[in-house]
Write a protein that binds this ligand. Structure first.
Ligand SMILES: NC(=O)c1ccc[n+]([C@@H]2O[C@H](COP(=O)([O-])OP(=O)(O)OC[C@H]3O[C@@H](n4cnc5c(N)ncnc54)[C@H](O)[C@@H]3O)[C@@H](O)[C@H]2O)c1
Length: 374
């Protein structure tokens, strides 16, 4: 781990000024421990418009933004196919990098990013950071306190009709590196890995309901595009520490549904939608009898939104301690998703190679809006 570096708020630049950049700019602008110094995009007009909207002092192309000496962390919000190249460019410019999910398209690319960072004494962080939000942190504290006893199994479902109805440029969400497994899976899989540790082996099956989809909003509304990946995936996961999980990831269902339940020796916990930072968090102990229902649990922690993983990394850089939404965690989740795909294609049970770092829960009073770096 790198020693604590620098003083004061940490300078950040965003690369990628598309749909999700608005959530990052809103959150990061409210955190006194980071300063958003620049926004870059292939489309420099788009970068300039986002910079203007959030009072960010500079914008431009990637090269010019990477040359700003005060930028310490590059937040990579490009499409998945560009994640590895932008991460490498940022590391080569001497910057730490925090990326949107997935870490890269293939585990081999993710491993190169981690190796490059390590050789330069730089850090890699990666989304999702929803597992650091109030809902999933409260779940982690409940599990650690033994509320459901020893965890035995989990059931996770994320299904719906797919994002082409609302995203103005949804093609990338149906290409290699996305689909429901790689686009939505990271929220569910990161939540489970943060709770249970690494996955040891998987089996899976995958389908694709339609070979083409139609864009439902924005300037390209009505345009047909090709679907390149499975759009309905079932996975069975055996965690190295013992629990097992059944997970479904689908863009093929007319019926939207998102759930994770964890069953332990003493009861079942219903976790919040892991693509959010909030509750509800509910428990049902054994022995409730017929008609027993969930009991709501308190949800405490931050709901500040996408960007809290960047803030945790910024504070960790100054303190010289590990950050939580780490590249190593994202690499395990990437390998897990690639292995699920492989297992489905080969109709095989496939072992995983990578481990995953233990994720420390955030202190209950962790406050993103406090100025701790002076
Ligand atoms: N849209 C969402 O709701 C959402 C939610 C969570 C995470 N994400 C993730 O965020 C990332 C971006 O998604 P989005 O919806 O904002 O996509 P988007 O298509 O709206 O925006 C991506 C932006 O990146 C720019 N870009 C692409 N390649 C680039 C390159 N090589 N150099 C510089 N800029 C480049 C594009 O010009 C575009 O402005 C993806 O990894 C996605 O999985 C999106």
């Amino acid at each position: 781990m790198t020693r604590g570096q620098g003083t004061g708020p940490v300078g950040v630049a965003l690369v990628g000024a598309g749909v999700i950049s608005t959530q990052y700019l809103t959150a990061l602008s409210a955190f006194p421990d980071v300063r958003v110094l620049a926004v870059a995009d292939l489309d420099t007009e788009r970068a300039a418009a986002q910079a203007r909207a959030y009072d960010v002092p500079a914008s431009g192309d990637v090269t010019s933004v990477l040359a700003i000496p005060e930028v310490e962390i590059v937040v990579n919000l490009t499409i998945p196919a560009a994640h590895a190249d932008i991460a490498s460019a940022a590391l080569q410019a001497g910057k730490h990098v925090y990326g949107e999910k997935p870490l890269a398209l293939a585990p081999s690319d993710g491993a190169k990013i981690l190796a490059e960072a390590q050789s330069r004494g730089l850090r890699v962080g990666n989304a999702p950071d929803t597992f650091l939000g109030a809902g999933l942190q409260s779940a982690a504290r409940a599990v650690q306190a033994g509320l459901i006893g020893e965890p035995v199994s989990a059931t996770a479902v994320t299904q719906g009709p797919g994002p082409e109805s609302w995203h103005p440029s949804p093609e990338f969400l149906f290409q290699y590196g996305a689909g429901p497994l790689f686009d939505i899976g990271p929220y569910y899989l990161t939540a489970l890995v943060a709770l249970f540790g690494p996955v040891a082996r998987v089996s899976a099956s995958a389908r694709q309901a339609r070979g083409h989809r139609v864009i439902g909003s924005g300037p390209k509304q009505g345009t047909t595009f090709a679907v390149e990946v499975p759009t309905h995936v079932h996975a069975l996961l055996d965690f190295a520490g013992g629990p097992s999980a059944a997970a479904t990831f689908s863009f093929d269902s007319a019926r939207p549904r998102r759930m994770i339940e964890i069953t332990g020796t003493e009861g079942t916990l219903s976790l919040p939608d892991p693509n959010t930072f909030e509750g509800p968090l509910r428990v049902q102990p054994f022995g409730g009898g017929p008609g027993a229902d969930w009991r709501d649990l308190p949800v405490t922690g931050t709901t500040a939104g996408r960007g809290i993983g960047v803030l945790d990394m910024a504070r960790a850089i100054r303190a010289g301690v590990p950050h939580r939404a780490s590249g190593e965690l994202a690499q395990h989740v990437l390998e897990l998703m690639a292995t699920v795909t492989d297992a489905a294609e080969r109709h095989a049970v496939v072992e995983l190679e990578s481990g995953a770092p233990e994720v420390r829960t955030l202190p209950a009073d962790w406050d993103p809006e406090a100025a701790t770096l002076t």
